[in-house]
Design a protein around this ligand. Structure first.
Ligand SMILES: Cc1ncc(COP(=O)(O)O)c(C=O)c1O
Length: 404
């Protein structure tokens, strides 16, 4: 097999597809940063730009206590884990982190993974069997979709998708599955492309009626929703009532990497025993675990960061509306503006970048055809001056494109 680009059938196909992406204006160009994730970042070839597309919701990725904890951990534990946890030992910082995460989100226990993607892939494929059923919201994150596909292929469990947020559809599908031993319902807590919140009280009630297990992926809600940032459950006053929570350490909790499953002691122990990503892949680097632990402790000590985040999000959404844009309504710091075609959304994000604002355009296949959008994400790290500057750029670009 030749290694020269374009010389074998695979390379030929990939090169043609990449060219096609460019022609269609949907090719994703990576922007290289040379500074920490903060309200403003230094972008190669652009200088300083306001970042409005980071999941660093609380501004913790650059918080001194969080960075220091990582440094101290590097000195104490070294760079790596050496192998998987059950083979060569597990660091005490992982145990501390898992206790803190369980405390934060209101469960008995938790288990960390190298990413929330990994956690979502591990969960259904490990705990379900061919007697069971898993139902997933239509707009769930790709990691849940793939986790459900994996579960079907490994365990032969039944799978299904219910219409987004449609309780009647979910009810009908649960009612039709009375022969299933375990019924699992999985939903995002906050839908990342919409910024909308799952109707948790009604979902929980439905799950109770049908003896189903409710799993909530709170990746965009941990540190964000609820008066003290404990997530979607806290937002609805339901802390401690959700069977299983999965979430990420790569967004509000320091933004490095990592994920977790938070649930009962038994479920987390079972995942420790049987989840393939636990058994066959290294754990989180101890530096990352320590920074994430420091993030949780910071959040617990500084709930006012969550208030700042909420105030900033409300301010930005209101002002964007006042300019004449029609962002999707919502209560989260995710503020999407629907543009339509993918190429148009990417063009708008390029024009915003020319004005010094980094906000990403999303199109198919990340969102359905015809609903491409620029998705703004507000952070507690933004000052009002940052947000006003970004809004001025939106006004200029919006007028040029005839959107306002
Ligand atoms: C809802 C949801 N779940 C899971 C993930 C994956 O998170 P991680 O980066 O930790 O793999 C994301 C990240 O985009 C997400 O938005």
């Amino acid at each position: 097999m030749s290694t020269t680009t374009g010389q074998n059938p695979l390379e030929t196909r990939l090169v043609a597809a990449l060219e096609d992406f460019r022609q269609q204006g949907v090719y994703k160009r990576l922007n290289h940063l040379d500074s920490p994730q903060a309200a403003r970042v230094r972008m190669e070839g652009r200088g300083e730009v306001i970042i409005l597309s980071s999941n660093n919701y609380l501004g913790l990725s650059n918080e001194p206590a969080v960075v220091e904890a990582g440094k101290r951990s590097l000195e104490r534990y070294g760079a790596g884990t050496g192998s998987v946890r059950f083979i060569c030992g597990t660091f005490t910082v992982h145990r501390e982190l898992e206790r803190a995460l369980a405390r934060l989100v209101g469960t008995e226990s938790s288990l960390s993974f190298v990413s929330a993607w990994n956690a979502n892939e591990a969960l259904p494929a490990t705990v379900l069997t061919e007697d069971d059923l898993v139902l997933s919201d239509q707009l769930n994150h790709a990691s849940i979709i793939d986790g459900v596909r994996l579960a079907k292929s490994i365990t032969k469990c039944q799978t299904g998708v219910y219409k987004h947020g449609d309780l009647d559809d979910l009810r009908a599908k649960l009612a039709a599955a009375s022969d299933r031993r375990v019924k699992m319902v999985i939903t995002d807590g906050v839908f990342s492309m919409e910024g909308s919140i799952a109707p948790l009280p009604a979902l929980k009630q439905l799950c109770r009626e049908h003896d189903a297990v409710l799993v909530v992926d709170d990746s965009h809600a941990t540190g964000v929703l609820g008066p003290t940032g404990r997530g979607t459950a806290e937002h609805f006053g339901m802390l401690g009532e959700i069977d299983v929570i999965t979430s990420t350490l790569g967004k509000a909790l320091g933004g490095a990497a990592g994920g977790f499953v938070a649930a009962s002691e038994a479920l987390c122990d079972y995942l420790t025993q049987r989840a393939r990503p636990q058994l066959f892949s290294n754990a989180l680097p101890p530096t990352v675990a320590a920074s994430a632990l420091a993030s949780v402790e910071f959040l617990e000590a500084h709930p006012e960061r969550v208030t700042t985040l909420r105030d900033n999000a409300n301010y930005f959404r209101d002002r964007l509306q006042a300019l004449g844009f029609k962002p999707l309504a919502g209560e989260t710091p995710i503020v999407p503006v629907i543009i339509g075609e993918t190429a148009d959304a990417i063009r708008m994000s390029d024009m915003l970048l020319d004005e010094g604002v980094f906000v990403t355009g999303f199109g198919f296949p990340v969102v359905p055809q015809g609903t491409a959008r620029v998705r703004c994400q507000v952070s507690a790290a933004h000052t009002r001056a940052d947000l006003d500057e970004a809004l001025a750029a939106f006004a200029k670009v919006g007028r040029k494109l005839g959107l306002i």
